[in-house]
Design a protein around this ligand. Structure first.
Ligand code: RIB
Ligand code: CA
Length: 312
């Protein structure tokens, strides 16, 4: 029975790859896509989500969420993802409608309607997820788990804070205090989840419209990452780690941990404090944290799923 999922995202090059993987993963039943501000403004991330779903021929419900974080402000990563938030690829104009419902209203409706518990995938700042958890406590029992990209034992915005958590630490704090099962894909694993130029060219050789656009998009993303010296030669595929874990958990090693998020302003704003096994704090573990990935099999999975767009 396919696992029912909702993805909340801020496309975003790596969010886009997560969406495209979902489009060819019958193991997962995508109930809906909700969009948050993060990599770019909500208007741009929403437009990008609709364009990507149109490219992939995916028909699902899409709703826009919060235009700003609970606790801070967005800082678009135009230097990496461009002014559109998805520069580098020629994408079609949207051909599917945006829901009149808000993201959290759509989440509530989908959870109520689902006969089974729903897995929430979060690949952007956690503003929508936190707003939903706060507004609909009675629906927490309808959530199987939250599989999220964010945090880590180091940062990519400050030395200690990762972008999704730094953008909205209050939201991240709400999620980690929710007692809902969490699988966390932080920078410790996503900095291992690199794609290299020759592998992007393998994607290009697939020769279908989705793989061609993906190769263009990833080539741009890689070039910007190397230019900005975030990496020497590989592009971090942060967000696809969430979908890959749901499909093939054995690609990853996980450790239980007590995770807290710093919400106080200052040097550590947005930092995720990860206490493996709760050893030092004595606190109960509230997350399973990814610590290793089989990178080669991860990339092979991505290429294989993109190959399924042949004949689109
Ligand atoms: O730190 C990486 C995260 O920030 C990813 O989700 C990427 O899309 C950006 O949103
Ligand atoms: Ca993202």
């Amino acid at each position: 029975m396919p696992l029912p999922v909702i993805i909340d995202c801020d496309p975003g090059h790596d969010d886009t790859l997560a969406l495209l993987m979902l489009g060819k993963s019958p193991e997962l039943n995508l109930l809906g896509v909700t969009v948050c501000a993060g990599n770019q403004t909500l208007e741009k991330t929403t437009h990008n989500a609709l364009r990507v779903l149109t490219l992939a021929g995916m028909t699902t419900r899409v709703a826009a969420g919060a235009s700003k974080p609970l606790s801070s402000k967005i800082t678009p990563v135009s230097d990496i993802m461009g002014e559109s938030g998805l520069d580098g690829a020629v994408l079609p104009e949207p051909e599917l409608p945006l829901e009149a419902l808000s993201a959290v209203e759509l989440m509530a409706g989908l959870l109520r309607q689902s006969g089974e518990k729903v897995t929430l995938i979060a690949t952007g700042p956690l503003t929508n997820i936190a707003t939903f958890l706060t507004g609909w406590p009675s629906l927490h029992s309808r959530i199987e788990r939250i599989v999220l990209m964010g945090g880590g034992t180091f940062g990519n915005v400050t030395p200690v804070a990762e972008f999704n958590f730094h953008t909205d630490p209050v939201a991240a704090d709400i999620v980690f205090r929710s007692n809902i099962p969490i699988v966390m894909s932080g920078l410790d694993v996503t900095y291992q989840a690199l794609i290299y130029e020759h592998e992007i060219e393998q994607i290009r050789k697939l020769g279908n419209p989705v793989s061609t656009a993906t190769a263009d998009m990833l080539a741009y993303y890689l070039q910007r990452i190397v230019q900005r010296q975030y990496s020497k030669d590989g592009a971090h595929l942060h967000d696809p780690c969430t979908v890959a874990w749901l499909l093939f958990p054995d690609l990853f090693d996980l450790e239980p941990a007590y995770v807290a998020v710093e919400t106080a302003r200052g040097y550590c704003f947005g930092e995720s404090i990860i206490d493996y096994n709760g050893k030092l704090s004595g606190k109960p573990c509230n997350a399973q944290v990814m610590v290793n990935i089989n990178r080669e099999k991860f990339i092979a999975l991505i290429i294989e799923r993109l190959s399924r767009y042949q004949g689109l």
